[in-house]
Design a protein around this ligand. Structure first.
Ligand code: NAD
Ligand code: GLY
Length: 357
């Protein structure tokens, strides 16, 4: 078992990483006493795969737990799902001393965290991420929320989990396209924060794609360390945490314009390539370094280019409603070197149009 601590004082918590860790969650929660009783929230697919296993782990320690499900997919990360789950909690008599467990990918984590934050003005929750994307990114840091038709993640709150349990074994059932969604976020950490980690990814690409146990555990651990450090420095994204949005400004707009046919990580990969073009055009980032990152993205099997059939006007319109845009002006995280980035909103509209085109 490896542990990374998110240093947020009273709101701090451990990230516990273990192969086969699902079986030990009941024992750990019994010791931590996160809640009197537990409701596991999972999407339809993950509930089928791992719901009973987690229920059994809790029952083995004598903890009371039940399972609530919602239909899988980003299209269900909305207020209707929150209202439905909240009603079910109320009907089952869930009270303020009970806790939720998010078992699933980023969609489940964002929904469950938001539900936990607002149900009876806040009950504790635990993250049990089951996609690579959720294990390296979304389960850590307390960003929770849902989408509106007008844009992604427009409703939400910062609300930290009580702990994060990462079982690397569950990645064995992840469809390859979902693994790639996570790889995009993994590459992001190398570019924004750690050139040595970027080099490690280049050297270990086959092992990562082959789900090599040791290499994968190293990757997840390092990503969690980086995310924990960034979140501890700027929990509510007043400034520094914005570096985690490298590729996301354009990525979110692509994801929404595709009506979520393009997955989050795959859209972020396209966004990273697009903003690297901005950085090269502005003379901030060397073309050779941009080529190196683009090549790694391609080598992992991610598409670097926004599909030609996707409506550019729709992408632009989602860019201006991005929740981080101020006065309709989006900001961009631009690499200076691999491992270092800067944040700016001073990019001419014509240049943005050019890279999106
Ligand atoms: P997801 O939660 O929809 O999961 C992807 C698919 O994989 C789903 O169909 C799910 O049922 C399936 N799945 C999950 N685990 C599985 C497993 N072990 N085996 C087989 N199938 C499995 O998507 P995601 O890519 O995990 O997360 C994307 C979401 O995360 C987006 O909504 C994005 O906005 C959000 N996000 C949030 C943060 C944050 O900080 N809160 C950060 C990054 C992304
Ligand atoms: N995934 C971006 C953040 O957590 O800030």
């Amino acid at each position: 078992m490896q542990q990374v601590d998110v240093g947020l004082g009273k709101r701090g918590y451990p990230i516990l990483i273990a192969e086969g860790g699902l079986a030990g969650i009941g024992k750990d929660l019994g010791q931590r006493r996160v809640g009197n009783r537990y409701t596991i929230v999972a999407d339809s697919q993950v509930a089928e795969l791992y719901g009973q296993q987690l229920l059994a782990s809790l029952a083995a320690t004598g903890l009371t737990a039940n399972l609530l499900t919602f239909p899988a997919g980003e299209a269900n990360k909305n207020l209707a799902t929150i209202a439905d789950l909240a009603s079910q909690l109320a009907r089952r008599g869930t009270d303020r001393k009970d806790a939720l467990i998010a078992l699933g990918g980023g969609v489940t984590g964002d929904i469950t965290g938001f539900l936990a934050a607002i149900y009876m003005r806040g009950i504790p929750f635990v993250q049990v991420p089951t996609t690579l994307l959720a294990q390296v990114d979304s389960s850590v840091g307390g960003k929770t929320g849902v989408d509106l038709p007008e844009g992604k993640n427009l409703l939400g709150v910062f609300y930290q989990p009580a702990c994060v349990h990462i079982d690397t074994e569950v990645l064995a059932t992840l469809p390859p396209a979902e693994l790639l969604n996570g790889i995009a976020e993994v590459i992001k950490y190398g570019v924004i924060y750690d050139a040595d980690f970027f080099a490690f990814l280049r050297q270990n690409r086959p092992a990562i794609l082959g789900l090599d146990r040791v290499v994968l555990a190293t990757v997840i651990h390092r990503c969690c360390e980086i995310k924990a450090a960034v979140v501890a420095a700027d929990e509510r994204e007043s400034d520094f945490r914005r570096i985690l949005n490298f590729g996301h400004t354009i990525g979110h707009a692509v994801e929404a314009a595709s009506e979520f046919a393009i997955g989050h990580g795959q859209a972020v990969a396209m966004g990273m390539v697009a903003v690297m073009k901005l950085a090269v055009a502005k003379g901030i980032f060397a073309r050779e370094a941009a080529d190196e990152v683009r090549q790694l993205i391609v080598d992992f099997g991610l598409a670097p280019v926004i599909p030609a059939g996707l409506d550019r006007q729709a992408i632009k319109s989602f860019l201006s409603t991005d929740k981080k845009a101020i006065g309709g002006r989006p900001f961009f995280v631009l690499p200076e070197r691999i491992g270092t980035v800067l944040i700016t909103d001073a990019i001419e509209e014509a240049l943005i149009d050019q890279v999106i085109a």
